[in-house]
Structure formats: C-alpha cells, structure tokens
Design a protein around this ligand. Structure first.
Ligand code: SF4
Ligand code: SF4
Length: 454
C-alpha cells in the first residue's frame, strides 16, 4: 500500500493517517527554563528499551500508523541507537519519520575537529530513512537562545553545520517553541501593568511580536535554514488541570515564559500569521494558516470552538511516555492511560462527535494536522456540518486551500529535498514585496473582556 492510497483509505473511514510521538527518553542535557526535563530538574529519568520501542513500531505499522516522531528529552544522546530505530521504523513501512535535537552537538564549534564530528553524525542520519530533522532555536537573539539552552556558541555551530547537513541531503527545520524570550528583552519585559488599557497593551504586544517573529525567521534564513516549524505555547495551568488536563509529557509546563492569556494568544497568533505570510516564500514554514486562524477563533470572545476541527489526539494520534512505556492520547491527557501500544485496538477507538472532540491545548503536532485534514474528513463524515461551517466562516475554505497549495509547493515538507524557490515565490505577498508592516486591527468591543495576564 503506498502512502497516498493509505491516506485516502483512512479518510474514507473517518480516520486520518496515524501519528505516534514516542518519547524514547526523558534524559536531557539542556537547561531550558520552560521545560520540566531540563538537566537541572531532579527526578528519576527513564529511557525506553530498544526492543520495547521496536515492538511499538511493529504495532504502530500493523495499525496503519504513517508517522512516527522520536522525541525526548534529547534524542541524540544515543545517536547509534536512534539511527537503529529510524532504520527499523523505515523497514516496518513507516514513511514519515521525524526526530531532532536541542543542538548540543553543535555547541563549541571553535574546538578542533568540529566539522568532522558533525559530518560523522550527519552521515549516520543521512544513511537512514529519516524524513524530517529539527534543530531548536528559542529566540531571534542568539545569546538569549544560548543562555536558555545552556549551550554557548551553539548558534554559530548551527550555521557551520547546516551546509554539512545540506551536502548530505538533509534539510533541517528550525524549531521555535514560542515563548516570551523570542524577541529578547523587547518581548521578555512586556508587562500589562505598564499600560493604561488592554487595547494599548495588545497593540504594543502585537507590534513587538511581529518584530520578534520577523527577526526570528530572518535569523533562521541567515543561518541557512530552509524550513521552519513553530510550536505554539506548550503551557498548562491550574485551571486547565481542573478541567481535566494532566501533563504526562514534561515539555508541557506551567512556566510563565510560555504562558499567555487567551487574549494574548489571539494577538500572538495574528502576529504569527502576518509574519508567516511575509516569509513563506523564502523559507518553508510548516504552520498552516488555517490552524492559526482556527486558534484565533477558539480564543476569541465568543470562544467559538465549534469553528475549529476537533483534535485527533486519542483518535489517530498518540503519545508514548518514556517513564512507563504506555500510550496516552497526547502529552496533556495523562489521566487516560491506554497501556502498551501493542495492546491497543486503535481502529476500534470511538471517534467523538465534532462537538465533543478535544480542543484543550494548542499542541501543534496534533492540532495542525487535525485542522488540515478536517475539511477532507467532513466531506465524507459530516457534509452538512461542513456546509454550515463554510457559511459561518466563508474565508476559512480559501485559507485552507491556500495552505494545501503551499504544502504542495513545499513538496509536503520533505526534509530530504531542497526547497523549490520558483514554486515558493508564488507565495510572496504584496505586503512583503512592498516592505510594509502589518498592523493589528482591534475591534475594541470584541476585545474588551478582562485580560488575565499570567
Ligand atoms: S525543551 Fe527539549 S532540550 Fe530543552 S530541556 Fe526540554 S527536552 Fe531538553
Ligand atoms: S487538543 Fe489534542 S493535544 Fe491538546 S489536550 Fe486535546 S487531544 Fe491532547
């Protein structure tokens, strides 16, 4: 069964191609302030056995899973084993295999033998069926990123390493986990209490985050990246825990650095859309605009959750936790333990009605593909609902179709292919050409609800 016919068959059954995120270890050598797995945290670390992971891969392949991510902790702490797992997953017929790094191997680039060390690592990855590889970058300001990760000199190391990756046929994606340090001091110290009104605060917030995202994508391009992914803030707070969330993936966090109020999130996602439109002809950017628009609607004053597609976490997508090797609907729903993957009957799991589907977080790994596949599923499973949705949000279909066209121009983000700049150039916006800055248009009446600033 080739990948395309597998996708089509899944959609006819009201399912989308399965994805499993396997946390192979929760060990990490970085110091990220936003993450519960940072090296300075004291807890009993776990690493899944290689044979156990292989058994999971076999189970996933048998159940039609198409995508596996090997995450951590830091996946590259044991590179030979990681490569063995990637090869195993490819051999089992999984076409979309992803992994990435916090970049620790790229720090201290000034030391003798740096390029040889990187080449040996890259050659091992290149000689595997790995499709996508990410390298984290948390800020547009190099020293801020390096301080957050605890890796001095890593940004210059990334710049030296990327040509080595490219020569070997791997085109890494820069991975931004959105946080309040993305623009350095400018975004870090922004405080609602310094403004006389919500409106003044949000306009300043928008303008600073537009600048921060612009600087970030420009820095990524200057470093040599050809692809970018953006993780929406992975926060979880006490209120969300009360509503039933319980983080099993320690990358989810209560840290203020990634906590944004619903109103801030709306403006944050608007800023991101504006900047992506300006940059996506120059660097392949995964984040679909239809997903960002859906999140803006979800966090809007009307909380119009029904104008987003339900997340497929726990239906088609799953998370495997390093601590117990068990499967969960995602990194946030730790109270729903499905046990070992090989004991699960994924195809028999109930697909919740759209109105009951989960929308409790913004985890882009699960929310983005859910939103992208949503209209396709609705054509067969809920055509009337689709018509109603299109009537309520007439622009949504155009945004979705634009995303689809962009994904095609990006070769569906095959990280083993260089960008096709001629195709990408079709997406250069008039605003980008004219060099004009996008502005935030706030309807004050719609935005006058109380802000809850973390
Ligand atoms: S975000 Fe990643 S690199 Fe940073 S501490 Fe957590 S697992 Fe490690
Ligand atoms: S929206 Fe998706 S990723 Fe988030 S809590 Fe729900 S199932 Fe999990």
């Amino acid at each position: 069964m080739n990948a395309l016919s597998g996708v089509f068959r899944s959609i006819l059954n009201n399912r989308i191609p399965g994805q499993v995120v396997i946390q192979i270890t929760d060990r990490c050598n970085a110091r990220c302030p936003q993450c519960g797995m940072r090296a300075t945290e004291s807890f009993a670390r776990s690493t899944l056995e290689t044979d156990t992971i292989k058994r999971m891969i076999d189970a996933a392949a048998c159940r039609g899973v198409q995508a596996i991510s090997f995450t951590g902790g830091e996946p590259l702490l044991d590179l030979p084993r990681l490569v063995e797992l990637i090869r195993y997953a490819g051999g089992a017929g999984i076409p979309f295999i992803r992994t990435g790094t916090n970049g620790f191997m790229l720090a201290h680039h000034e030391k003798k033998g740096f390029e040889d060390r990187v080449s040996r690592m890259v050659d091992q990855l290149a000689d595997s069926p790995l499709r996508n590889f990410w390298i984290s970058l948390d800020s547009a300001v190099d020293p801020v990123h390096e301080a957050m990760r605890g890796f001095p000199g890593v940004v210059a190391g990334i710049a030296r390493a990327l040509p080595i990756f490219h020569r070997a046929g791997i085109y890494p994606a820069v991975n931004l986990g959105i946080n309040r340090n993305v623009g350095g001091d400018a975004t870090r110290w922004l405080n609602r209490n310094d403004f006389g009104s919500d409106r003044a605060y949000l306009e300043r917030f928008y303008s600073l985050y537009v600048s921060a995202f612009e600087r970030f994508y420009q820095r990524a391009i200057d470093l040599g990246f050809t692809m970018a992914n953006t993780c929406y803030p992975m926060s979880i707070d006490a209120a969300e825990c009360e509503q039933g969330l319980s983080a099993v993936y320690a990358a989810t966090t209560v840290a203020k650095i990634v906590r944004f109020s619903p109103m801030e999130k709306q403006v944050l996602f608007r800023a991101l859309i504006a900047v992506i439109r300006r940059f996506r002809s120059r660097i392949r950017i995964f984040s679909p605009l239809c997903s960002l628009e859906a999140l803006i609607r979800q966090y809007g004053p009307e909380h119009s959750e029904q104008s987003t597609y339900g997340c497929r976490g726990g239906v088609d997508f799953f998370f495997v936790n390093a601590a117990d090797g068990h499967t969960y609907p995602c990194g946030y729903r730790g109270h729903e333990d499905h046990g070992p993957l090989w004991d699960m009957r994924i195809g028999r799991l109930n697909v919740p009605a759209e109105a009951d589907a989960c929308r409790q977080c913004d985890w882009e790994c699960f929310r983005d593909p859910s939103e992208l596949f949503g209209p396709l599923l609705a054509v067969f499973s809920n055509p009337l609902g689709l018509v109603r949705r299109l009537a309520d949000e007439p622009g949504a279909l155009a945004t979705w179709a634009g995303d689809l066209s962009y994904y095609m121009a990006c070769g569906f983000f095959n990280g083993r292919r260089p960008p096709d700049l001629i195709k990408l150039n079709r997406f250069s916006s008039n605003a980008a050409k004219a060099g004009s800055r996008p502005s935030l248009i706030l309807d004050h009446n719609r935005f006058n609800q109380k802000l809850s600033i973390p």
